[in-house]
Design a protein around this ligand. Structure first.
Ligand SMILES: N=CN[C@@H](CCC(=O)O)C(=O)O
Ligand SMILES: [Zn+2]
Length: 423
C-alpha cells in the first residue's frame, strides 16, 4: 500500500484511551515512543514503531525529528460568534467592579448583545473565521460554538446560521449549541420567565433546521435560577436536544446537581460547585468542563476544584471559554498551563482533558480526541521534546503542524529555522 502521508521519527505519540475517562483513569495516557503514523484517505491507516515504517511507501514523508504528535485538540466550550469587543471594560475590572455587577449595569454580555445585533451575518462570519483560524493554529481541530449574544429570535438564529455555514465549509468540526437563555435582555428586564418562554418557543425552529445539537443556559444569581434552568433543559430534552449548563460559576446555586439530575452531557465552570455536586458528578456520566482561563481573566483567586472532582471519580475536561468578556483567548495550550498551575492537574490528566474527554463533552467521543486506525487523521505535531513540556512552557504557541482529516490546515512558517528545545 502507498500511504498519502507518513510521519516518522516521532519522539512521543500520544494515544489517549477510549473514554470518557473518569477519576483514576484520567492518569493513564498511552505514549508510544520512537513511533510513526501513516495516513490514507484522511484516516489513520497505521500506527507503530518507527523502525517498522522504514519500508513503508508514502507520497509525503514528514520527519518529526523526535517531536511530539498528539490528537488534534478539542475545545468543548467557546462563544465563537459575536460582534464587537469589550476592551473598554478593563478600567471597571481594574476598579474591582464584579462581573455580575457589570452585567447588571447593562454591560458585559449585554454590551456584546448590542454589538452582535448590529452586525450582519456576513460580518459575524468573517470575524468568527478569523478566530477559528487562530484556534486551528494553536492545535484545535474540533470545537463547540454557542449562540447567546442575540437574546432575540432573529439574532440567535443569525448566530446559529453562522455556525452552520462554518460547519459546511468544513475546515474544523464544530458542534453547535443554542444558548438563548444566556442573560435577560433589557426588553424583558424583570420578566425572566416570559423571556425564557420566548427562548423555549424557538427550540422547534432550532431542531427543525438542525441548527444546534444541544441547549445551554446560564444558571447564576441575577440570571436564571435552578428552577428556570430545569424548565429550559426539560424543554430541550423533550425535543431531542442534548443539554449543557453554565453552572455554579460564581455562586453555589446547585447547577451542578441539576446537570446530573437532567443527564446533561456537560456541566461547565463549576468553580463554586458544592461537595454534594462534585460527588453527584462523580457518580454520573456528565462531564465537568473546567474553564480556568475564565477564573484567571476575571481576576479571581479561587479555581474549580479539579483535584476533588478527579479524586472522587468524575470525568474532567478543559476548554478556553473563548468569548469577548470573561476569557479572551483562542489558545487552549494556555489553558493547559493554567490547569497545571491552578487546578493542580497532572500532565496526563491535562492531555486527556483536552482530547478524549473534551470530545465526549460535546458528543463527539466516537469521532474526535483520539488517534486510532480508521479514525480521522486529526493531529498536531508539536515543537516540544515531551508532552509535559506544553503545560510547563506557557503563553506561546508550540504547534508546528496541524492536520485535519490528513490535510495540513496550519504550519509554522519558520519550522525549518529552529531546532526543538531539548529537555
Ligand atoms: N458566564 C457566562 N457566559 C460566558 C461569558 C460571556 C461574556 O462575558 O460575554 C462564560 O461562559 O464565561
Ligand atoms: Zn460560556
Amino acid at each position: 500500500m502507498i500511504y498519502d502521508t507518513l510521519i516518522n521519527r516521532i519522539g512521543q505519540l500520544l494515544l489517549p484511551a477510549e473514554g470518557p475517562l473518569k477519576g483514576e483513569d484520567m492518569k493513564q495516557l498511552v505514549v508510544l515512543e520512537d513511533a510513526a503514523i501513516a495516513i490514507k484517505d484522511g484516516k489513520v491507516a497505521w500506527i507503530g514503531q518507527n523502525e517498522k515504517a522504514a519500508q513503508m511507501e508514502a507520497r509525503q514523508v514528514i520527519d518529526a525529528m523526535g517531536r511530539v504528535v498528539s490528537p488534534g485538540l478539542v475545545d468543548p466550550h467557546t462563544h465563537l460568534v459575536f460582534g464587537g469587543s469589550r476592551e473598554g471594560e478593563l478600567a471597571m475590572k481594574q476598579a474591582g467592579v464584579p462581573y455580575l455587577e457589570i452585567l447588571k449595569q447593562g454591560g458585559g454580555i449585554l454590551s456584546t448583545v448590542k454589538a452582535t445585533r448590529a452586525t450582519s451575518e456576513e460580518g459575524l462570519l468573517e470575524k468568527a473565521k478569523f478566530f477559528l483560524n487562530r484556534m486551528a493554529s494553536h492545535g484545535v481541530t474540533t470545537l463547540e460554538a454557542k449562540s447567546g449574544y442575540g437574546l432575540d429570535r432573529e439574532t440567535e438564529l443569525k448566530q446559529l446560521r453562522v455556525v452552520s455555514r462554518l460547519k459546511e465549509e468544513g475546515a474544523l468540526d464544530i458542534v453547535s449549541t443554542f444558548l438563548g437563555p444566556h442573560a435577560i435582555p433589557p426588553e424583558y428586564k424583570d420578566r425572566p420567565d416570559e423571556f425564557l418562554s420566548e427562548m423555549i418557543g424557538m427550540l422547534d425552529d432550532v431542531v427543525r433546521d438542525d441548527l444546534a445539537s444541544c441547549g445551554d443556559i446560564f444558571c447564576e444569581t441575577g440570571v436564571f435560577t435552578v428552577e428556570q434552568s430545569r424548565r429550559f433543559m426539560k424543554a430541550c430534552l423533550e425535543l431531542g436536544l442534548g443539554v449543557k449548563i453554565h453552572a455554579d460559576e460564581i455562586d453555589s446555586l446547585g447547577g451542578t446537581e441539576l446537570a446530573v439530575e437532567m443527564g446533561a452531557i456537560s456541566a461547565d465552570h463549576l468553580v463554586a460547585a458544592s461537595e454534594e455536586g462534585i460527588q453527584a458528578l462523580a457518580d454520573s456520566s456528565t462531564i465537568a468542563v473546567l474553564l480556568p482561563g475564565t477564573t484567571f481573566y476575571l481576576g479571581k483567586d479561587e479555581y474549580a476544584k479539579a483535584r476533588a472532582m478527579i479524586d472522587s471519580g468524575a470525568a474532567v475536561s478543559l476548554a478556553t471559554d473563548f468569548n469577548p468578556g470573561s476569557c479572551v483567548t483562542e489558545n487552549l495550550q494556555m489553558i493547559m498551563s493554567l490547569a497545571g498551575l491552578k487546578l493542580k492537574m497532572t500532565p496526563e490528566e491535562i492531555w486527556n482533558a483536552v482530547t478524549v474527554n473534551a470530545a465526549w463533552a460535546i458528543g463527539k467521543g466516537e469521532d474526535a480526541g483520539r488517534l486510532e486506525v480508521g479514525k480521522d487523521a486529526d493531529l498536531v505535531l508539536w515543537d516540544v521534546p515531551n508532552y509535559s513540556y506544553i503545560p510547563y512552557h506557557y503563553g506561546v504557541n508550540h504547534a508546528n503542524l496541524v492536520m485535519k482529516r490528513g490535510e495540513k490546515i496550519w504550519e509554522r512558517g519558520d519550522a525549518h529555522v529552529f531546532s526543538v528545545p531539548q529537555s
